[in-house]
Design a protein around this ligand. Structure first.
Ligand code: GRG
Length: 308
């Protein structure tokens, strides 16, 4: 073909570099958290040390990433979403500290380090969890509001996801289900509340920080719900397929505590298929964003394929 007739080739779309994306967001979230939280040296230092200890223990920061990516998908500025991303991470970390307590899952390791109560004692660990939960609402109350989403809406969103109808409800059902034979429907009830609610809330808050339309909020809700369910199924699979070293927490706990999980009820292969189908449904929810949700798509894919 002569040069004059050559059809210019469209530039090849670059694959999304999720590792760089996550590493940049994790650093930004860590910097913001340090700004929002009282310093480690603030009196009483013990409680602030305990809060910082778990918050900066090396969590994957998936909820903040979903929040920031949802804001970007709606055409927003990630900096506007940052306080809400941090608020969600504070709630998540509180739930992990309390979940590890002897009265709950009684775990010695989390995020590859000794659990909060192992280092600071049960009393301080309970208080560190309480303080992080409260901190989340302080951060949200101090952040700006948006034309469609005022402070009341934002605070309600966090309160509902963390409250006795969602996160706590899931934990109660989980505790009460130990050692009992429970149905797949009951298990889904637990997963929806214990895991999906906060992931969904993260995506929704990101959208709200971009003053998203009702249709965009619905899409983010669908996306977060399905990603959340897939996330917990993968978590259950990893509990039986990975080592404690790999997970940074005690592997095989679900089996030891006779907990109902997807792998226990329907087997590993079927569980993997269900997680993949849920992720497909999450992808489908993103159509409305017409290519602007690449980060959300990459995150959902990563969560399905993760090994820790
Ligand atoms: C309020 C006490 C209390 C509990 C609420 C969230 C919860 C219920 C318990 C936490 C334990 C658990 C297995 C929750 C399910 C969600 C989940 C898989 C959490 C782990 O999330 P990752 O993998 O953790 O994102 P990192 O450490 O990476 O942040």
């Amino acid at each position: 073909m002569s040069e004059s007739k050559a059809v210019p080739r469209a530039p090849k779309a670059q694959p999304f570099d999720l590792q760089s994306y996550l590493s940049a967001r994790t650093s930004a979230v860590n910097r913001a958290l340090l700004e929002y939280l009282p310093r480690v040296s603030a009196k009483p230092a013990t409680i602030h040390k305990a809060m910082h200890y778990s918050l900066f223990a090396g969590g994957k920061r998936m909820r903040p990433a979903l929040c920031l990516a949802a804001a970007a998908a709606c055409g927003g500025d990630e900096r506007e979403a940052m306080p809400l991303a941090c608020a969600v991470e504070c709630i998540h970390t509180y739930s992990l500290i309390h979940d590890d307590l002897p009265a709950m899952d009684n775990d010695d390791y989390r995020r590859g380090k000794l659990t909060n109560h192992k280092v600071f004692g049960e009393g301080i660990a309970i208080l560190a969890g309480d303080a992080l939960l409260t901190q989340a609402f302080e951060i949200a109350a101090k952040c700006r509001s948006w034309p469609r989403y005022g402070h009341q809406t934002i605070i309600l969103e966090l309160a509902y996801a963390a409250g006795s109808l969602q996160l706590i409800a899931g934990q109660v059902a989980d505790l009460e289900g130990e050692g009992k034979k429970i149905s797949a429907t009951q298990l889904k009830y637990i997963h929806e509340r214990k895991t999906s609610a906060l992931l969904c809330c993260s995506a929704r808050l990101g959208g709200m920080s971009a003053n998203c339309t009702p249709a965009q909020l619905k899409a983010l809700t669908d996306f977060g719900y399905h990603v959340g369910l897939a996330f917990q199924i993968i978590d259950d699979i990893l509990d039986v397929t990975q080592s404690s070293e790999q997970l940074g927490k005690t592997a095989g706990k679900d089996t030891a505590a006779q907990k109902a999980t997807y792998p226990a009820i329907i087997g590993l292969e079927k569980s993997r298929k269900i997680a993949a189908n849920l992720t497909q449904r999450a992808f489908a929810a993103l159509k409305i964003f017409r290519g602007k949700a690449v980060a959300l798509e990459a995150l959902a894919d990563f969560l399905l394929k993760r090994d820790r």
